[in-house]
Design a protein around this ligand. Structure first.
Ligand code: ZN
Length: 275
């Protein structure tokens, strides 16, 4: 676990390659002042805990400072035991050195976000994280109860796929996972959520849990879930039933898999298996 490996490590030598990945707290206009930047990025702080909620992570320092990471579509936080010798890869926006309690370098933490839909937000406390930055998020998709899942998805008149991707409804389901879970549950992604029976939504709940858990296993460790919120890495990509397979035949029923945009996102489904 990323959390276990990083707890009590000290973050030092912050390197900022791109200032614009640092975002203001939700609802504010300006990010931290340049003079405060490194401190706000937890420089000198010792990691007390690593938190995750949906596609968002946070590092809390023992002194109370918090740094939040919105993974967006391509953001990932990587822990590596290589030290500065590691050649810099493209899109490395922030780097920290990790030191143990004796001051020995133990690794590096690297924030990369090629598409830059994500961002890093400094916060003064865990209270600010929960009450401001994460207050709009729905429950985490891997911990929500079935009844809560059904009730939240059923509200409003949007397509089920749109509801699943809406992070205020449920936090943590990315585009690929949504398509794969809908396939397993046999639900057409454009069907209105409010018109799907509770028992079918119950199936979808189990499918979401299964797909997200498998993605974690395929990646080999939970750090991979942090690396790739959209499921493009690890072994999960080889096991797609519908995602990215538009125009090919469904492995289950041989019907041609269709594709279209739903709620602004590429969507694939099997008209034979999904109603
Ligand atoms: Zn099919």
């Amino acid at each position: 676990m990323l959390g276990e490996r990083m707890t009590s490590m000290r973050l030092t030598r912050v390197q900022v390659r791109r200032v614009d990945v640092i975002k203001p707290i939700k609802g504010r206009r300006t990010a931290v002042r340049a003079s405060q930047r490194k401190r706000s990025l937890l420089e000198g702080g010792r990691v007390a805990s690593v938190l995750r909620h949906g596609k968002r992570l946070a590092l809390a320092a023992e002194d109370g400072r918090v740094l939040e990471f919105g993974l967006g579509m391509s953001g990932h936080l990587e822990y590596t035991e290589e030290i500065e010798s590691r050649p810099e890869q493209p899109h490395e926006h922030l780097r920290w050195r990790l030191e143990d309690s004796e001051g020995r370098a133990r690794g590096m933490l690297i924030w990369r976000d090629p598409r830059r839909f994500g961002g890093v937000t400094p916060l003064p406390s865990l209270d600010a994280l929960r009450k401001r930055q994460w207050s709009h998020l729905g429950p985490d998709a891997l911990s929500v109860e079935e009844l809560g899942f059904i009730a939240r998805l059923k509200e409003g008149s949007a397509a089920i796929k749109t509801r699943l991707l809406d992070q205020t409804v449920l936090a943590g389901v990315g585009n690929i996972y949504a398509d794969e879970a809908l396939f397993r549950a046999g639900i057409n992604p454009v069907r209105k959520a409010s018109r799907i029976s509770a028992s079918r939504l119950g199936c979808l709940h189990r499918a979401v849990e299964a797909v997200l858990s498998e993605a974690i296993c395929a990646g080999g460790s939970s750090i991979r879930t942090f690396r790739d919120p959209e499921g493009k890495m690890g072994g999960f990509q080889e096991s797609h039933a519908v995602y990215g397979r538009q125009g090919q035949r469904c492995e289950q029923c041989r019907t041609l898999i269709r594709g279209r945009t739903v709620g602004g996102r590429t969507t694939a489904w099997c008209p034979g298996c999904q109603r």
